[in-house]
Design a protein. Sequence first.
Length: 249
Amino acid sequence: MIKFNLNNRVAIITGGAQGFGLAIAERFISSGAKVIIWDIDENECKKAISKINSKDFIFQIVDVRQIKEVETKLKEVEKKFGKIDIFINNAGIAGPISTVENYQIDEWKKVVEMNLNSVFYCCKAVVPYLIKNSYGRIVNISSIAGKEGNPNASAYSSTKAGVIALTKSLGKELAHENIAINCVTPAAAKTRIFDQVTQEHIDYMLSKIPRNKFAKVEELASLVTWLASEENSFATGAVYDLSGGRATY
């Protein structure tokens, strides 16, 4: 395993108690970072802490849909660690499997608030800390659905496309700073998000992947760790495909 240098970096990972987020946390810690996971599931957070068992790994219960809560927790992190270097926007939900015609308005709003608005809130709130620190890396976890659009998953696909556009926009805004903003568009992986969708939808996603297998969380964690490291001093506003050959652009 290639070891990227994250020594003494302070990283926050949203939705970090399981799945992609936990895999990223493990890789960050093995690379020397101090990691704070943000999640709303305290039991899963405690399981994650027990699994990794590192003095450099803590959690905070944070609802990233609440901008004031995000701002408060960022202040707490800076007070404890003296700075914030890395922010990973990973938290998200699948939403209902439904045609646009039948998609419930309230459900649409829930997905937009969780998958897109929260990413905006977190980016908006953390950027001043990165500028003050004269260093920063933000990695947003989007999805291949944001490039292609999955049928019967319009809210999910739309929000993930929004994350791509937000990444490109913010990357250009901060290109003159020592701050890199990038995103990753993975195909589906066997995480708890599978519990939110139908088997038919899971089969559809697999059928679209030329490699005929799902992504590994460890592979995504490796890519994200490089993007979050000082070695990535040039790429910003970019979209990194991890779709097993599915991506069409």
